[in-house]
Write a protein that binds this ligand. Sequence first.
Ligand code: FES
Ligand SMILES: [Fe+2]
Length: 348
Amino acid sequence: MQYLRNTWYVAMWSQDLQPGQVVGRTYLNEPVVLYRGTDGVVAALADRCVHRFAPLSLGKVVEGCRIACGYHGLQFDASGACVKNPHGHQRIPPASSVRSYPVVERHSAIWIWMGDQAADPSVIPDFGMLDEGSGHEVSRRDWLRMDASHELIVDNLMDLSHTAFLHEGILGNAETVPSEITFESTPTSVKVGRNAPDVPIPGFFDLMYRRDGRRVNYWADIRWMVPACLINDTGVTDVGAPRSSGTGIYGMHFLTPETDTTCWYHFAAARQNPIAWGEPVDTEIREKIAELRRYAFEEQDQVMIRAQQQSILSADPAQKPVILENDIGVERYKRILQGLMRAERAPA
Ligand code: FES
Ligand SMILES: [Fe+2]
């Protein structure tokens, strides 16, 4: 599978890499070791020692920001240069560097650049609502390793009509299917909006709203940004009332390919208008939101998408999927990504 490489992917949440911790992961089919020095700085290197090709992720952090191979002790700094050979005359052989990948910590995540062009941190999409002090009540920063291509998860998120079927009763229902659709796109983003007036309230939103089961106006907007960063704005308000008087959540979704058929899925949510109905910030509700979202992604989306992945693998490659009207966002984001990948592969 081809991937856009000169772009930023979320490698993991910052909280999941503590000082001195070493983690081995695969991104875009490449084994990478991430570690945080005791000075707090994060490094990402190819997870293969230059000596006997042992994974560096079985090593440990030494001397502040170096990683020592766990097999025979060669040490590498954050740039990937071999800086210590404990054997013999301690000479460092030429060509004994490992590849290093640019990493940036922003919006409580570690972002990694897998391409070989100069990394530009200014193109990381704005997820400021995840920042400390942003004023948003952010739920648990969670993640899953999914047994499906990251592309199938992006497809799932870009067509939120599935909530009426796969998450029936929790996030949508039969009356949310015939929504009014809005659509916007830029050279690096696509936004699809869904509005369903006067429908039964899905359970997840009843929990966050008035908890009286009354009918509502429901909306579900989703925005994709290059390469696989998404934010949804989903909520409910009284029938006939403006969105601003209702409540909902912003859901942040970051997909990173692991292999062609597996991916890393990082997600979090920020609740909108938590005190609009005279409620103080409610940590119990915040936990329930986090649990329900994880349940929907792990027990409903993943089960379907994993089976879909297997079905695709066994299908005749000549058979093309039928496209429906609700696929507008899926079709557009794929076209943008394919254009960017073509440009990336074109000779300079
Ligand atoms: S394999 Fe790393 S030092 Fe030998
Ligand atoms: Fe879903």
